[in-house]
Write a protein that binds this ligand. Structure first.
Ligand SMILES: Nc1ncnc2c1ncn2[C@@H]1O[C@H](COP(=O)(O)OP(=O)(O)OP(=O)(O)O)[C@@H](O)[C@H]1O
Length: 362
């Protein structure tokens, strides 16, 4: 028997002024799983989340929790009865209530029970010492942890989080993300987290749903999205990329790095071969000669250093290709700052290339 998703949305569409900002989106989140809705600003992530929370209404599609219909275009369980916890960047604590009162806000039942749950959660987020403090006495990161405890206190079956860490400074953010993740995992809720930051999604998600223009364009484990992107834009969303252009002749595409088998792309089409900067290999020029071809790296191509910069953890070297003048970027995990104009040989890791029919970048 296939396990029951905690949250399932089917074919959700929402239009504003005749434009579908959420366009036929379907998604499942299992209990204890963190799914990140990832995409650029304006792609419809928050609207999707608001519909699940019940503060906005879809034009079509259904929402199920534990297999039960909670909302379609006719029937609608009100937000407060959906067992959904919310954590938004600007979802502030109540300033006139203590930390304990904030966390207890959504709790019902006997006083002693409520107190026990508040203490349990504040211990878990490492703020038990602040139980009687007020929000203004806490740092941004501490307030965010209280907000997490408050959202989790009623044991929601689903946690919806919209850019919950974006108000925090970089160093603090990583720490809070990790702490939040372990608390969420302990509580076992299904989590749907909206973010526009690929690093955040990579760090937190069991599964990523990549959104663009109101649609989910790819969904899967972070590893799969990074290593098998569906198109050029999906590859570019996760890191800098290089694009090597070619044209299909029969089953092959000829490039400065040798031939690529491209049987799935029609003869005569333009092709983009995508390679990330860390997967370009660099070798020295030996009186105009370079390294011999290998199965792993194909044919080496000659290039000249355009510029080189030290980036802290690595060096970024830009090369101008002798064959066609295009500029390719390579990263080297060391201090490597060759002079502009230096001839060198580049190879690309063939197992790390993605081949797509050409599109104009948007
Ligand atoms: N109530 C509304 N009325 C009209 N247009 C809206 C409304 N809410 C959202 N939109 C539009 O829908 C689109 C998607 O917005 P949404 O907030 O879902 O995107 P997002 O991916 O979460 O972006 P961001 O990360 O910037 O919040 C945007 O173009 C936005 O202007």
């Amino acid at each position: 028997m296939t396990p029951q998703p905690r949250l399932e949305i089917r074919n959700i569409t929402r239009c504003f002024n005749g434009r579908a900002v959420v366009d036929d989106v379907s998604l499942k989140v299992m209990p204890g799983q963190v799914t990140c809705l990832l995409g650029p600003s304006g792609c419809g992530k928050s609207t999707t989340l608001r519909i699940i929370a019940g503060v906005d209404m879809q034009d079509s599609g259904e929402i199920y929790i534990d297999g039960n219909l909670i909302c379609d275009t006719v029937y609608r369980v009100p937000p407060e009865r959906r067992s959904v916890g919310l954590m938004f960047q600007d979802f502030a604590l109540f300033p006139h209530l203590s930390v304990a009162e904030n966390v207890a806000f959504g709790l019902v039942g006997a006083r002693a029970q409520k107190r026990a749950r508040v203490e349990e959660l504040l211990t878990r987020v490492d703020l038990i010492g602040y139980i009687d403090a007020f929000p203004h006495q806490l740092s941004g990161g501490e307030q965010q942890r209280v907000a997490l405890a408050r959202a989790l206190a009623p044991r929601p079956r689903i946690m919806l989080m919209d850019e919950p860490f974006s108000g925090l400074d970089n160093r603090l953010r990583d720490e809070i993300r990790d702490d939040t993740l372990s608390v969420l995992k302990e509580e076992g809720a299904a989590v749907l987290l909206v973010t526009h930051e690929p690093d955040e999604a990579m760090r937190m998600a069991d599964e990523i749903a990549l959104m663009r223009g109101g649609r989910i364009v790819q969904q899967g484990a972070p590893y799969n999205l990074y290593n098998a992107p569906v198109d050029r834009a999906a590859a570019a969303f996760f890191s800098d990329i290089n694009v090597i252009n070619g044209k299909v002749h029969g089953l092959l595409t000829e490039t400065p790095f040798g031939r690529f088998l491209t049987p799935a792309i029609p003869d005569g089409s333009d092709v983009d071969i995508i390679i990330r900067p860390q997967h370009i290999r660099i070798d020295l020029d030996r009186n105009g000669r370079g390294p011999s071809p290998t199965e792993e790296n194909g044919v080496a191509a000659r290039a000249h250093v355009h510029r080189a910069r030290f980036m802290g953890n690595e060096s970024l070297v830009e090369f101008r290709m002798e064959a066609d003048g295009t500029v390719l970027k390579a990263t080297v995990p060391a201090v490597f700052l060759p002079k502009p104009g230096t001839p060198m040989w580049l190879m690309i890791r063939r197992d790390r290339c993605f081949v797509f029919p050409s599109v104009q970048p948007t």
